[in-house]
Design a protein around this ligand. Sequence first.
Ligand code: NDP
Length: 484
Amino acid sequence: MINPQPQASHFVDGAWLEDAAGAALAVIHPATGAEIAHLHEATPAVIDAALAAATRAQADWAQRSGAERGRVLRRAADLIRARNRALSELETLDTGKPLQETLVADASSAADALEYFGGLAANLTGEHIPLGANWAYTIREPLGVCVGIGAWNYPTQIACWKAAPALACGNAMVFKPSEETPLCALQIAEILVEAGAPAGLFNVVQGRGAVGAALVSDPRVAKVSLTGSVPTGARVYAAAAAGMKHVTMELGGKSPLIVFEDADLDDAVGGAILGNFYSSGQVCSNGTRVFVHRALREAFLARLTERLAGVVMGDPLDEATNFGPLVSAAQRDKVMGFITRAQAEGARLVCGGTIPDRPGFFVAPTVFADVTDDMEVARDEVFGPVMSVLDFDSEEEVLARANATEFGLSAGVFTRDLTRAHRVIARLQAGTCFINSYNDAPVEVPFGGTKASGVGRENARAAIEHYSQLKSVFVRMGPVEAPY
Ligand code: NDP
């Protein structure tokens, strides 16, 4: 088993860096409550060193060819894959997510991103624009130093979904993980150096929100990419606007998953399980408002309850475990608050709703039926294993209700009717949608939200637009005709 204590709290300018003057950050294993590592928050000196190193490294990196940049990213992807088990164990210790999940969804997704953007790096070109006798061309340029700020649910994946397109485009990055899950991004930083990235290209500094805020407001920073909640997103967006910085905002959601009466029952139940209980429900794109056609409702609840008997709750390092704890005691208490209030508002508890009698921050997978649109549990993001099942009768009705939310991250439809599937998806206000599936996030497909759920897209070619800018160059091929 790996030792979770890193060599130092930060990774700056190609090396581990400690500054014990920073406030203490205890890393807690969510399945036991035990402290597994001890770090310090970044001091102003650490933040300054990271930004200075990134500024210097970016100038060098941007001069390299795309092919050379791509090679470094692809080498890093290979190293991550070769160390998948160790990285997955570390992610499991840090987040509490079952090893069964982290082995396939975290480091491997990070490697996918580095591979994909490593492959694109040599193809990031401008265009030639013929203008009769004259012509123009565009140059795709990097933005400069980018800041990445991560949430605690997918720490390795988030670090690489931001770093891979940023570095492919010739930018440098300073990344601040969530204070809850600081460990894996440090490993990614070390791996990138091993893969040939220049010192300072990807730096990791630890800290709470204040460290993130200091990074966002620094004039050396050209772009901020945040994965987090809507309130934090609004604060970070405002701070970035003051410096006219580019932003990508991957924020929260309260996404609808619509199950029509003709859906394949087991597929729909499977989608709802994946979209509510994977990572113990700590997934931004989860379809937590499950609208089930009234004709199918009781069959859906019965099959769901049956399949939830397959939950194996336990030590997340045991590969037989398929359901882990929440990230922290605070998150468990927050989720339990939602559960208590949902019951008080009249939602029918179908299963779960309790804290299992075991160490760690577990909440049993919880299903509420008879949920109505006005209940808090149907309006606010819970970010825990709580599914709300709502009834509906018609397509028009469910569309209006599904869209009646400030959020717009994801949406899903289960139906065997091909035309209905596309018709409904076209009218759902969401950035990332699924037909007869839920929560797939391959790197080849753009990912992101509309409305309050965010700005910009991660993954796919779309991400390139958010980490580069165009310089237009007009070229006159004849004499300049001035009026005087
Ligand atoms: P938070 O919004 O609490 O925090 C996100 C990050 O921002 C953390 O690193 C946090 O630091 C940092 N931060 C907090 N305040 C500031 C500030 N003023 N300036 C700069 N940085 C700041 O989110 P959580 O970590 O609780 O994550 C859960 C949320 O993330 C959910 O809403 C979820 O939906 C969303 N999310 C969205 C995803 C998407 O792609 N759309 C994917 C995953 C999660 P610290 O934690 O140290 O306080």
